[in-house]
Structure formats: structure tokens, C-alpha cells
Design a protein. Structure first.
Lengths: 165, 270
């Protein structure tokens, strides 16, 4: 089973290298282990995360793509859909029925035809537009709703830190 | 691996706001579910249908239906109740019958090869589709060996790698068929979901159970007739049959008990 997962991960990696989506770089941390990837996500333009480059790691299960990977930012991140420890909590990382946050029924879910690329694009889109219904970080969700100015100020700090400034 | 540790060490301890408690409970739930699943093989050996009688000794309604089934069927082959059972039972039963019908095998192979391009137009990318297609074809090609491949087929269907990829590919065929004929199938979808949303949530993901709509779509996509015998609490003394698509020539017989499908073998064959 791990053989099939490896084959698929190699194919996805090749695809991401030859045809990279804008603002996203991703690949295995080492050639020795294709089940751990690092991704760099550029903060989307016109949002409070603009200009930041955010590293994250993806851990794939041996039955990938039947089950989804897990994703965790390895930099500071203050966002409604990211746990304080960096773990990303969005619907595409969960199979239907596996529903910690009671996502809307129309939300995109994990299935074997999803991909790393689709996950990363979803992450870019929640950076631009957090889903404040799912409070992985309750403080961030509250601040996003009630004090956008403060939220933007914190984001700016995170952006600068991500660039080593 | 990491997660298991997390569950074991964190559930009994104090509340930790950094951990999502719901997620931990769900994970526990999944582990228990998995244990139950794994007590049944993906596809079991054939057994005498009379073994069902013992399961319902105290239940008159079900007993009557078992008696009815015994008049028509001889064997049952159980499958793992993991939400994939319809696809797995269907594939095994149909593939097994193709071992004896090489002409039909040839035309089935052609249908699958043609079908691949309609999967591409349903929006599945080549990268995600290719592996499932290849593995599916690997299993299909075994059928060309005829009856001597019976054991090999059984082994492949009990190998998670092959067996689950066959299930995925049938899920994709089902999804593609539903989306191709979206106007028709929309009428059968409850709530305000579109056919595409329904497919992404109820068809494409593994372990999601199947209903009539899935069966109709798959049987018509492949042109393979499926007879499902329903064993439920309904008052009829017969285990009622539904044929999909309606009026078709039946290739595969399945037994439905609430939430689960197994394979049935009619008395007149073997």
C-alpha cells in the first residue's frame, strides 16, 4: 500500500515542479522520505498576509491518497482556521463524516481525487478569507470578527517575521 | 503514528485547550470502527446460505425472509462492512462471473477503456486518475486467465492495495456517470446539494455507503445488471428484489441488510 502512496506522491511532486501554482512551492523535505513535505505559501495579494512567505509541513499517511495528509505551519501563524500550534483545520483535510468543526455540507472534503495542490490552494484561500465559523483558534476568530484592525496589525507582524525582518 | 500517542496520553488527562476534544473523540471512534471492520475479511470465502438462519433464530420476520432466500440462493459471500461493501461486493461478484464468460470479459474491458476518457472530462486530473485506472486494469487483466484465476482474484481482493483501488475506481465511474446525467439524477438528491457536490461528498470519498442512486449510476455506466435482495423489517415474507437498471439482464446478485451488502449465488448456477 505504501508503494502506491509513494508512486502517487512522486507523480504529484513532478506535477507541482513542472506546473507550479502561483505563490506555492512544495516538495519532500528529503529524497529519502516522500511522506514528509515542506510547503512555502505566499500570502495572497490584497490581504493582510500579503508579502509573507509561510512555511508548513505536510505529513502523509501510508494509505495516501485514500486518507488525507496532515498539515501544520512551522512559522508563527494567527488565524481562525489554524490551531495555536500551527495545525491547519480546513474541510478538505477531512473525509466527510470526520467533522470536528461541523463544516458546512457544501464544503470541499477529502477524497482520493483531491491532491496536495488542491489542499494548498484551499489554504491560500482561507488566508485570504478565513472561515470564522470553524474556530480552531477561537481568539483569532473573535478578533477577525470584532477587531479587524488589531487582527491586521498582528498579521503584519507575522508577515515581517516570516521574512526574517 | 504520532496521533495514536496523542490520543492515548491526552484523553484521560486534564482539559487542554490546544487540542480539539471533538477531534480526539472522533479519532477514538474511528479506531473502534476500524477494529470492528477488521474482524471481517475484505472478501470472505463462500459459505452455505443456511448459515444465515442461525443469525436470526429469535426473529420471525427475518427468519421468513431467510427461508424465502433459501429457495432461490445457495451460497453467500460476505464482505467487510466498511462503507465500501457495495462496490467491493459488486466488483468481486461480477469479476468472478467474467472468469466463466470470456466474451463478456472482452466487451467489459472495452467499456472500461472507453470510459476512461469520460472520467477525464468529469474533471478528474490525469495525475489523480492514472494510478487508480492502472491498478484497476491490472485486476481486470487477471480475468483473461479464466477460471484458473479464481484464487488469484480472491487474493487480490483481500489485498488492501488492490482491493481499495478497485473500489476507488468504481466510485469514480459512479461519480462521472452521475455528473454526466446530472439533470436526471438531480431529482433524487435530497437537500439543496448539486449533483457535483453530492459526488464529492457521498461518492468519491472512501468508506461512504451507497444508496439506490449509486447503484443505478454504476450499473448503467457499465451496462451490468444488479439484483439486490432486501432483507429488512418490512412485513413481506419475501426478500424483495430490485433490479438495477430496471428490466435489465441480471449479472450480479447482492443481499442488502440495513447498511450492508453481501454477495448471493443463485441455486441454478454451480
Amino acid at each position: 500500500m505504501a508503494g502506491a502512496a509513494l508512486r502517487r506522491l512522486m507523480a504529484e511532486y513532478k506535477q507541482l515542479v513542472t506546473n507550479p501554482p502561483e505563490g506555492i512551492v512544495a516538495g519532500p523535505i528529503s529524497e529519502e522520505n516522500f511522506f514528509e513535505w515542506e510547503a512555502l505559501i505566499t500570502g495572497p495579494e490584497g490581504t493582510c498576509f500579503e508579502g509573507g512567505i509561510f512555511p508548513a509541513k505536510l505529513i502523509f499517511p501510508f494509505d495516501y491518497p485514500l486518507s488525507p495528509p496532515k498539515m501544520q505551519f512551522t512559522c508563527d501563524m494567527f488565524h481562525p482556521n489554524v490551531y495555536p500550534d500551527g495545525r491547519v483545520c480546513i474541510s478538505i483535510l477531512h473525509a466527510p463524516g470526520d467533522d470536528p468543526m461541523g463544516y458546512e455540507t457544501s464544503a470541499e472534503r477529502w477524497s482520493p481525487v483531491q491532491s496536495v495542490e488542491k489542499i494548498l490552494l484551499s489554504v491560500v484561500s482561507i488566508l485570504a478569507e478565513p472561515n470564522d465559523e470553524s474556530g480552531a483558534n477561537v481568539d483569532a476568530a473573535k478578533m477577525w470578527r470584532e477587531n479587524r484592525e488589531e487582527f491586521n496589525r498582528i498579521s503584519e507582524k507575522i508577515v515581517r517575521k516570516s521574512l526574517g525582518l | 503514528m504520532e496521533d495514536k500517542k496523542e490520543t492515548q496520553t491526552n484523553i484521560p488527562t486534564e482539559f487542554n485547550p490546544d487540542l480539539n476534544q471533538d477531534e480526539l473523540i472522533m479519532q477514538r471512534h474511528r479506531e473502534i470502527e476500524k477494529e470492528i471492520w477488521e474482524s471481517t475479511s475484505l472478501v470472505c470465502e463462500k459459505e452455505e446460505l443456511s448459515s444465515l438462519e442461525a443469525e436470526y433464530i429469535t426473529d420471525e420476520v427475518y427468519q421468513g425472509k431467510v427461508k424465502d432466500l433459501l429457495r432461490k440462493y445457495r451460497y453467500i459471500r460476505r464482505t467487510r462492512p466498511d462503507g465500501n461493501c457495495f462496490y467491493r461486493a459488486f466488483a468481486y461478484a461480477y469479476f468472478e462471473s467474467l472468469l466463466n464468460h470470456q466474451r463478456e470479459y472482452e466487451s467489459f474491458r472495452e467499456i472500461i477503456m472507453k470510459n476512461k476518457s469520460s472520467l477525464m472530462t468529469s474533471g478528474f486530473s490525469a495525475v489523480t486518475l492514472e494510478d487508480f485506472h492502472e491498478t484497476f486494469m491490472e485486476v481486470v487483466d487477471v480475468l483473461s486467465k479464466g477460471t484458473s484465476a479464481q484464487d488469484e482474484l480472491f487474493k487480490l481482493f483481500n489485498d488492501q492495495g488492490y482491493s481499495n483501488y478497485v473500489v476507488v475506481y468504481l466510485r469514480l465511474i459512479t461519480s462521472s456517470q452521475l455528473q454526466l446525467k446530472a439533470e436526471f439524477y438531480q431529482n433524487f438528491i435530497e437537500g439543496d446539494r448539486t449533483v457535483a457536490e453530492f459526488c464529492h461528498q457521498e461518492v468519491e470519498p472512501m468508506y461512504k455507503a451507497s444508496d439506490h442512486i449509486h447503484i443505478i449510476a454504476l450499473s448503467s455506466a457499465l451496462g451490468v445488471g444488479i439484483r439486490v435482495r432486501y432483507m429488512d423489517r418490512g412485513q413481506s415474507t419475501e426478500a424483495i428484489a430490485h433490479d438495477f437498471p430496471e428490466g435489465s439482464h441480471v449479472h450480479v446478485h447482492l443481499l442488502y441488510r440495513p447498511g450492508h451488502y453481501d454477495i448471493l449465488y443463485p441455486i441454478d448456477t454451480n
